[in-house]
Ligand binder design. Sequence first.
Ligand code: F6P
Length: 349
Amino acid sequence: MFEEYVNGNLPNLKEMVAKNYDKVDRSAEPEVHGIGILTSGGDAPGMNATIRAVVRAGTKAGYKMMGVTRGYHGLWKGEIKELGHRDVSETLQRGGTFLMTARSKTWETPEGVLKGAKNCEVFGIDCMVVIGGDGSFKGARDLARIGIPVIGIPGTIDNDVASTQYTIGYDTAMNTAMEAIDKLRDTASSHERCSVIEVMGRHAGYIALNVGIATGAELILIPEVPWDMKDVIKTILDCRNKGKRHYIVIVAEGAGSATDIAKQIEEATEIESRPTILGHLQRGGSPTLRDRTMASLMGIRAIECIQDKRLNRLVVYRNGEISDVDIEEGLSLTKTISMEDLERSKLLS
Ligand code: F6P
């Protein structure tokens, strides 16, 4: 395979991947000496704490730990250096990811994946730990299918990874949004206004739903559930008729635009309405206790998987426990948001 890559003779990735994947003997996983680690996709608070845990647990177990910068793009370019125990000092409490991250276009080509796999060989990486969401895990699966074993750790503020009930960064992002919305409520209340707040979540409404419940929102609009402007206006008017004098509407970015919604509410009800887009504010900041502990324990679990030769796994959190599942199985799952909780939220507004 590598010779084909070096000679520039690249077969169709899908065919090659299928051919090679079938050939992998799952009962005899390779001996791991060097472990790579990268962060991919949108950053999330707690990614640094995860890197720290993987590096420290890995070095203590005797592995050579290699940090890859800028996600798959850095793997493709060979931006890789060894990380020791002290290299991850003072990172536990820091937001972002010191390894940096990217949404890599190079990885979408067979050439990119093959060159990444070749760089693993060059830098002595026998197994790659990938911190990110399902998109990043699909990239990891490409590596696994051509013979580089992988372990995935869920890190995204959206909590939209199908195989796990919790993703690192979610709690911090929700707390950041909640604190901002509490402040917006103060001013909305003083001016008797409607505050329409757009939170992150292009495809998933987990942040919107839970932050909406935590801030007592009158309305929560999420991408998973179709909604109608007429119902939004009716709810606001019903609230006013019941004596309410200020209103909070939370909209996930994938469900609509706060600017458009606020304009339409004001036009239809004559209630002054203001949009606020919280945006990337939600992705930054020092991780909460929950994210630090999840990051630390999930990072250790990744190394335990490698020690036990349970490779090509995703570390997950299910029913109160950290465990791991096969990457193919994890990626075949779908996640559904709780419609019951969305309904329940209406009881309190
Ligand atoms: O990381 C997930 C996420 O924050 C989504 O909620 C959001 O839609 C997207 O990333 C924004 O990504 P970008 O950094 O490309 O603007």
